[in-house]
Design a protein around this ligand. Structure first.
Ligand code: GDP
Length: 327
């Protein structure tokens, strides 16, 4: 058994950028034990003044689009410039099955050996809402530990994008140049969130298709309402295997940041994200308390049966359970 660290050791370790202690602090944050939760909150509160300074980037795309290869290339591009980067994952699949789409250890092998890079897989065994909170808190710890760019990766298949979009400054959607069905693979809502669409694997004879896809996506983006931040989402092509187009993508992120910092949207976006975080946390905590309530837990199976049997309206059943909870 490892010795428990004190609050002061956690704080000093994180602020000094000690990776071992950072990892342990993240594990503490992911813990479900009440005593750990308390300590985790105290550590977070102490490091809070040292957070907020990173470039927060969300990256999504369907499995196979080339996310991990891209992050490897993009990450090395940044570490070569002397930047410290952290890669976190939000992987909804790891909650359902033990296997995960993102989190396996063989991904981003080269980047994981970079001393300036830190890679942390998605926390497992908790709800997607829970993963989101833990990832936000992990992001803050990484910022306090001096990481300048935080990449949050997720799979482009569901609700997780919305969560990730709610915690980053810049949202990058990776897309394949498909054969005519470019716009099918990903939901319209996800495209609408993108600050940049990058068409991956623009190499080995795929260049023409990629150019056509670029035009198709540009046209599709024009149909969306303009962004109040004044930023026009871009479409770029890249090849992570050949390290092509990576620099342009970073430059786009830098320009986006400058624009939003100058017109005030950057700060207001982060303020809104913090408010949304608070409300999410309230909802999640209330829900946890509701289902952990002994009276509710006792009555729930019977009331569920009544609903299934059509003997009780779902709304009436819910109100009865809420009355039990509030008693
Ligand atoms: P992920 O599931 O989105 O993380 O996708 P991966 O990064 O694992 O890539 C899926 C497959 O696409 C792998 O076989 C990669 O080698 C390949 N791939 C990724 N990026 C490129 C690229 O830039 N060019 C080419 N030709 N293949 C790529």
């Amino acid at each position: 058994m490892k010795r428990r660290l004190t609050k002061e050791e956690y704080i000093a370790g994180v602020l000094n950028g000690n990776r071992v202690i950072l990892s342990r602090a993240i594990t503490l944050i992911e813990s479900q034990l009440d005593e750990d939760k308390q300590l985790a909150r105290e550590v977070l509160e102490a490091v809070l003044p040292h957070t907020g300074n990173s470039v927060r980037i969300g990256i999504t795309g369907v499995p196979g689009v080339g996310k991990s290869t891209f992050i490897e290339s993009f990450g090395k591009f940044l570490t070569n410039q002397g930047k410290k980067i952290a890669v976190l994952a939000v992987d909804p699949s790891s909650q359902i099955s033990k296997g995960s789409i993102l989190g396996d250890k063989t991904r981003m092998e080269e980047l994981s050996r970079e001393p300036r890079a830190y890679i942390r897989p998605s926390p497992a065994g908790i709800s997607l809402g829970g993963v989101t909170h833990k990832t936000r808190e992990t992001m803050l710890l990484c910022e306090a530990a001096g990481f300048e760019v935080i990449i949050i990766e997720t799979v482009g298949v569901g609700q997780s994008e919305t969560f990730v979009h709610g915690m980053v400054d810049f949202f990058l959607l990776l897309m394949l140049a498909g054969a005519g069905d470019e716009l099918q693979g990903i939901k319209k809502g996800i495209m609408e969130m993108a600050d940049l669409i990058a068409i991956t694997k623009t190499d080995s004879g795929n260049e023409l298709q990629a150019r056509q896809a670029k035009i198709a996506y540009e046209n599709a983006l024009h149909l969306f309402p303009t962004n109040s931040s004044g930023w026009y989402p871009q479409v770029l092509t890249c090849s992570a295997l050949q390290n092509k187009g990576i620099d342009d993508i970073w430059q786009s992120i830098v320009r986006h940041r400058e624009l939003l910092q100058n017109n005030g949207h950057f700060i207001s976006n982060r303020q809104q994200q913090n408010l949304a975080w608070m409300h999410d946390f309230i909802k999640q905590t209330l829900e946890e308390r509701f289902y952990q309530n002994t009276q509710v837990a006792n009555q729930l199976p019977l009331i569920e049966q009544d609903v299934v049997a059509g003997q009780k309206l779902p709304i009436k059943a819910a109100l009865e359970l809420l009355a039990v909870f509030e008693k």
